[in-house]
Design a binder for this molecule. Structure first.
Ligand SMILES: [Zn+2]
Ligand SMILES: [Zn+2]
Length: 102
C-alpha cells in the first residue's frame, strides 16, 4: 500500500506563533511553537516553552483590561490601572472555600 510521504508540514510563520510570560521579567514573549526554548528580548532569560505553555487570562476588576499571567501566580498587577487582582484558581478540584472575609 503506497504511503503518502508528502505530508511534511513546514512551519508557516503565521499560525504557529505562541506566547508565554517570561519567568524573569514577566513580559509577554512571542515564540514559534516548534521552539523548545525562547529567549526573552527584555532580560535575555531563556524560558522553556514546555513549562510555560499555558498562560492564564484574567480580566482586571477595575478597568476590564484582559491581563495575562503565568500559572501559579497569586496576584496579577494591572499595567493599565495598577490594580492588583487576586488570582482565583478555576476548574480545579480544590475544596470549596466559601469564606468571604473582607
Ligand atoms: Zn524577560
Ligand atoms: Zn486595570
Amino acid at each position: 500500500m503506497p504511503r503518502c510521504t508528502s505530508s511534511v508540514n513546514y512551519q508557516t510563520e503565521t499560525a504557529t506563533m505562541s506566547e508565554l510570560i517570561c519567568n524573569g521579567c514577566f513580559s509577554l514573549v512571542l515564540y514559534n511553537r516548534g521552539a523548545a526554548n525562547v529567549r526573552c528580548s527584555g532580560c535575555n532569560r531563556v524560558n522553556s516553552t514546555r513549562s510555560a505553555s499555558q498562560i492564564a487570562h484574567l480580566t482586571c476588576g477595575r478597568c476590564r483590561t484582559t491581563l495575562m499571567y503565568p500559572p501559579g501566580a497569586s496576584t496579577v498587577g494591572c499595567a493599565n490601572c495598577q490594580h492588583v487582582n487576586p488570582v482565583r484558581t478555576q476548574g480545579s478540584s480544590a475544596p470549596p472555600a466559601m469564606s468571604m472575609h473582607v
